[in-house]
Design a protein around this ligand. Structure first.
Ligand code: TRP
Length: 327
């Protein structure tokens, strides 16, 4: 039975397909929430345009992301699944929330600082106001549970502050959303250093084939203290072990943990077992993705229907917002 009081909202940018990091950290978690909550999942194209992108290829990227999400198990019969720019109320509410968002708070966002360092030729106001659009995404549906990866916690905290200021100034309308973390909210990249992310070029793509998965895992960093085969290791310091905890069954996890600590197994054995478990996890998903990719018109229909459902809720909220604000 769905508990209709709680509403879940989350979004993902269509900038390059899913990779293991955002699949494990967020999307797989979304799939599990669908049967318990009223859920909305959104492909946030307006967020994506704050960074360089190729207009000619943008629609294809959006469709590809939609296919990844559907293949992962986002179920349009259970959840509202749509594209942000199909619901213009997102930008309308964003403007309104801009007028209650403290400038100082925005300038303290770590992600803004990081992104503006990476792209210091093109720091635009959209990149700066990015979390305000995120606040609008959430507030439009009065969502109160926000499943995100670790990197988005600071943004959700700011969203709480923005809605609090709105509620105080104009009268209570929006719930203060809480972040929900998956069991594995942060996946490191193959370098074992930075967060796994497209821009760091340390990812494994969601639909990577067998050869790519095995090769990338074979080359991935492990516990840096375990230099030789006979050294014992600490699984807690190994990204391969973190991945085992997601992909492998209990026995394999225990085997990897004990084998690493005692040097009974080498990193090579441990990595082979991980690749096998991961390929097994993705085998059905990859087949589903191929089926979806072959029917782009069906994907478009699903997204349009999702946007229609989302818009009904968004328009109701906007009526309340206008009334409260004297607009
Ligand atoms: N900023 C999020 C990310 O990059 C995506 C996002 C946009 C989002 N709007 C949201 C996440 C609303 C949660 C809720 O991952």
């Amino acid at each position: 039975m769905k508990d209709c009081i709680d509403t879940v909202f989350s979004g993902i940018q269509p900038s390059g397909g899913l990779h293991w990091g955002n699949y494990i950290g967020a999307v797989h978690h979304w799939v599990t929430l669908q049967s318990q909550y009223r859920c909305l999942f959104c492909i946030v194209d307006y967020h994506a345009i704050t960074q360089a992108y190729e207009p000619k290829h943008f629609q294809a990227k959006i469709l590809d992301m939609a296919a990844d999400l559907l293949a992962s198990g986002i179920d349009p019969n259970q959840s509202i699944f749509f594209i942000q720019s199909d619901v213009p109320e997102h930008t309308e509410l964003c403007w309104i929330l801009n007028s209650v968002t403290p400038f100082g708070d925005l300038s303290r966002m770590t992600q803004f600082k990081e992104k503006s360092q990476q792209h210091n030729a093109s720091i635009n106001a959209g990149l700066f106001g990015y979390p305000v659009l995120q606040a609008a995404d959430i507030a439009l549906y009065k969502a109160n549970k926000i499943p995100v990866g670790q990197d988005q916690i600071q943004h959700v905290e700011l969203v709480r502050r923005i809605v609090r200021i709105f509620n105080q100034r104009f009268g209570t309308l929006f719930p203060e959303p809480e972040p929900m973390l998956s069991q594995t909210p942060k996946i490191l990249g193959l370098d074992g250093q930075a967060k796994m992310s497209k821009s760091m070029n340390n990812t494994i793509e969601f639909s990577a084939n067998q050869d790519v998965v095995r090769k990338k895992i074979a080359a991935a960093a492990t516990d840096p203290q375990r230099k030789r085969r006979n050294d014992t290791g600490n699984p807690e310091h190994c990204n391969i072990y973190t991945l085992h905890q997601f992909f492998s069954d209990k026995e394999t996890i225990a085997w990897a943990n004990h084998g690493c600590k005692t040097a009974d197994i080498g990193c090579v054995d441990c990595k082979k077992a991980l690749s096998t478990a991961a390929l097994d996890h993705f085998s059905e998903i990859r087949m589903r993705k191929e089926t979806w990719i072959a029917q782009p018109d069906n994907i478009k229909d699903i997204l349009k229907t999702g946007a229609q459902k989302a818009r009904v809720i968004a328009q109701e909220t906007m009526n309340e917002v206008r009334e409260k604000m004297g607009l």
